[in-house]
Structure formats: structure tokens, C-alpha cells
Design a protein around this ligand. Structure first.
Ligand SMILES: Nc1ncnc2c1ncn2[C@@H]1O[C@H](COP(=O)(O)OP(=O)(O)OP(=O)(O)O)[C@@H](O)[C@H]1O
Ligand SMILES: [Mg+2]
Length: 386
């Protein structure tokens, strides 16, 4: 079962509510939209919908274009469903961007806003604004949008391997190897680091396995910028805002106080590291008691090297280096620290992961998928050297 939400207006893929939304912590601001990166200063400049749409380099699609590209939003083109709406696979001409026959031109993912979504229009515009301006190999590419009356759609590059969530938690999916898990963590960490270190800092606010999309080589890209928020300016460490996010991933201090900072993203990153280690969901209502909450359940095992194997994903079949797993567990623990100051910055978390990957490739020139089961645990990098 997917994480229970705390955002009352967005139903989840399986019809349940998935997000948290505690209104009233902030006076509503009508034009609370992201930073205008084309302006000189680092102060967020709220922009109107017209300004956002006209200034972006994005293609403005007609509803008819996208209807044709997805063959009238046919159920067999459906890629998935989120709180925002359904996502369909479509085809458009490489140059013309007009609808083309399946198999011709470029594949795209078309996200169609559910008309009943209360928060949806704002999130749609926030996403157009951010992804219209931010470009990085670890952020999903937004190709265009459609805005015709109540029809709000987004057109993205197609990510052939879908979301991390599908790979980690779907029983039918091929288990991800240890090497791939580290690669995904690094890709996602690069995306977050880029946002946090940008001249006008961006807090992503919705970091979770379903928002990490994977290309054909398991390069990770962050999608869904609907909740992204401009970071604090000056010497402030946080912005005070509504509490919106997903249960199990949102940082405790943000839920309790509405204080949002880059360290809230770091917390969510720690939760995803735990999901990668354990193959368990942040919140799993099919489990009983403490096991429902991954962080609470995992903490005692993360602290003890000898117990760590008990929470490791059994689908790894023991094929992971012990030292590497311990290093990730330690990093995850730091990221989910209660005290925000004790959490690492994303750039530091990324550096730790890259170091681990370098160590590993020096000791294991083979891909993890090529390992013979018996050869792995006994050959963790340090052990091997000793
Ligand atoms: N660009 C894309 N390429 C391929 N598949 C995609 C793409 N974007 C989304 N999907 C698929 O559609 C599913 C739904 O995505 P969506 O972002 O709407 O919802 P979600 O992330 O699952 O939930 P939430 O609304 O809480 O963010 C994803 O899990 C993924 O499988
Ligand atoms: Mg999503």
C-alpha cells in the first residue's frame, strides 16, 4: 500500500488520500510562485500566470494535439496515476511537436490534471515555472504544457524505466541490484544538490520514490515540481509555509511547525535511502505496529552494524558489500536526524555517496548484476584489501 498522504485534495493512484495538507499556517498569498531566474536579484519575484507562460521556452500544446498524441487518452497508453491526475504515453513529431503515429517521432509522458483537484492548478503552474527555468541532467525535462480552460496538462520527456517506487515495491518488478540502487541514490542526490545550491535556492518538498524517474540506464531524474518552493533569503534558514507533503517522507519539524528548509529535503532523502536499503515503503499500512513506519522501525538496526542485515531487502539476496550497506545506513541516519543542524547538506551527502561508489568500482570492476552470489558479501571493499 502506498504512503498515506497529508494533502486533502489529492487522491492517490489507488484511490486513497496520499498527502498531508494543513491549511492556515500561512496567510494565503495569491501569487506565491517561484523565483524569476531571469531577474538580476536573488529575491523571489512572484509572477502572474501570463508572465510565466509567455516567458518560458516551453511548447504550448493544444488540447487536441495531446488528445491525438495519446490516441484520445486511451487506457492502454496509461503509464500511471498520481494525485495530480493520470499520466499517458504519447508520440509527437521530433521537430514539429505535433501528434504522430505510435512508433514515429519522440515518446513523451503526458500528465493530465484531474479537473476536481483543488490545489492542482497552482501546482501545475508552479511546475511550469520551475521546470521552464531549471535544467539539469537529474531533473526531468518538461517539453511543454497545455492550458485550455480547465484542461491543464504537462508534457515531459518519457522515462522508460518509470519510477523508483515501481522498481522497489512492485512484486512483479525485477529486483534492483546494489550497484543500481547506489546509482539511483547518486542521481537523485545530484538533482537535489543542484536545487539547493542554485543561486536562487529551491526546496523541492516532495522527495519520494514515486517522484524519482529512471531512464533506460537507471539515471535518476526528479519529477513533480508542483510543491517546490523558493528557499529563504539572507541569513534565514527556513521559510514558514503550509504543511504539504507525503506521510512518511516529510520532516518532523516541518510537519510540527511549518518551517521548511533544505534540511527538510535532506530528511526525505534519508527516508528514500532507507527504502533503497530495505525495499520497504516509508509507510506500509499492511504491516503491524512500529513496522508501519520505516524510520521508527529501522533506527535500532541502523545503529548496530551486526543487526543491519535484518532490515536489508531480501530481494538483494545478500548481494551487497557489508561495508557499503553500513555506510549507507550511517548516512541515512544522519539525514533523518531530529535536529536539522545535524543533518548533512545535500552536497555532503552526495560526496559521501560518490566516494562509496568510487571505492566500490575500484574493488569491484564487475557490475553487481554479474556477481556470483557466493562472491559478494565476503568481498566488501575493505575486507578484500585487508
Ligand atoms: N515522464 C515520465 N515518464 C514515464 N513515466 C512517468 C513519467 N511521469 C510519470 N510517470 C509515471 O506515472 C506515475 C504517476 O506519476 P505522478 O507524478 O502523477 O504521481 P506520483 O508521483 O505517483 O504521486 P504524487 O501525485 O503523489 O506525486 C509515476 O509513478 C510513473 O510511473
Ligand atoms: Mg510524482
Amino acid at each position: 500500500m502506498r504512503p498515506r498522504p497529508f494533502h486533502l485534495d489529492r487522491g492517490g493512484g489507488d484511490g486513497e488520500l496520499r498527502r498531508l495538507f494543513v491549511a492556515g499556517r500561512e496567510r494565503p498569498r495569491p501569487a506565491e510562485f517561484p523565483v524569476d531566474k531571469t531577474s538580476n536579484g536573488s529575491l523571489p519575484t512572484p509572477r502572474t500566470e501570463g508572465e510565466i507562460l509567455s516567458s518560458s521556452q516551453l511548447k504550448a500544446f493544444t488540447f487536441n494535439d495531446l488528445k491525438n498524441a495519446t490516441r484520445n487518452f486511451r487506457p492502454d497508453s496509461l503509464l500511471g496515476e498520481g494525485g495530480f491526475g493520470y499520466v499517458y504515453k504519447g508520440w509527437i513529431g521530433e521537430q514539429s511537436f505535433s501528434a504522430s503515429r505510435p512508433g514515429c517521432g519522440m515518446v513523451v509522458a503526458v500528465k493530465k490534471l484531474k479537473p476536481e483537484s483543488f490545489q492542482g492548478h497552482k501546482e501545475w503552474l508552479t511546475e511550469v515555472d520551475y521546470l521552464g527555468q531549471l535544467h539539469h541532467p537529474n531533473l526531468v525535462k518538461l517539453i511543454g504544457y497545455c492550458s485550455e480552460g480547465d484542461n491543464k496538462l504537462l508534457v515531459y520527456e518519457f522515462m522508460p524505466k518509470g519510477s523508483l517506487e515501481n522498481h522497489l515495491f512492485r512484486r512483479s518488478a525485477q529486483p534492483l541490484s546494489w550497484t543500481t540502487r547506489i546509482k539511483v541514490a547518486i542521481g537523485a542526490a545530484r538533482g537535489l544538490t543542484f536545487l539547493h545550491d542554485a543561486e536562487s535556492q529551491v526546496i523541492y518538498r516532495d522527495f519520494k520514490a514515486s517522484n524519482i524517474l529512471l531512464d533506460s540506464e537507471f539515471n535518476a531524474k526528479l519529477s513533480d515540481f508542483g510543491l517546490a518552493k523558493a528557499g529563504p533569503t539572507g541569513d534565514k534558514t527556513h521559510v514558514s509555509t503550509q504543511v504539504i507533503g507525503t506521510h512518511g517522507y516529510a520532516a518532523p519539524e516541518y510537519i510540527a511547525t511549518g518551517r521548511l528548509s533544505v534540511k527538510s529535503d535532506v530528511y526525505s532523502f534519508g527516508v528514500v535511502l532507507l527504502e533503497l536499503l530495505s525495499g520497504r515503503r516509508a509507510i506500509d499500512e499492511t504491516k503491524m505496529g512500529i513496522e508501519q513506519n520505516l524510520v521508527e522501525w529501522a533506527i535500532p538496526y541502523l545503529c548496530d552494524k551486526r543487526k543491519l542485515y535484518r532490515i536489508m531487502d531480501t530481494r538483494l539476496e545478500g548481494q551487497y558489500p557489508k561495508k557499503g550497506a553500513h555506510a549507507i545506513a550511517t548516512l541515512a541516519l544522519q539525514c533523518i536526524e531530529h535536529e536539522t543542524k545535524l543533518r548533512p547538506r545535500m552536497s555532503d551527502a552526495l560526496a559521501s555517496l560518490e566516494q562509496l561508489q568510487d571505492l566500490k568500482s575500484a574493488a569491484f570492476p564487475l557490475q553487481a548484476d554479474q556477481y556470483k552470489p557466493s562472491s559478494v558479501i565476503s568481498k566488501s571493499p575493505t575486507r578484500h584489501h585487508h
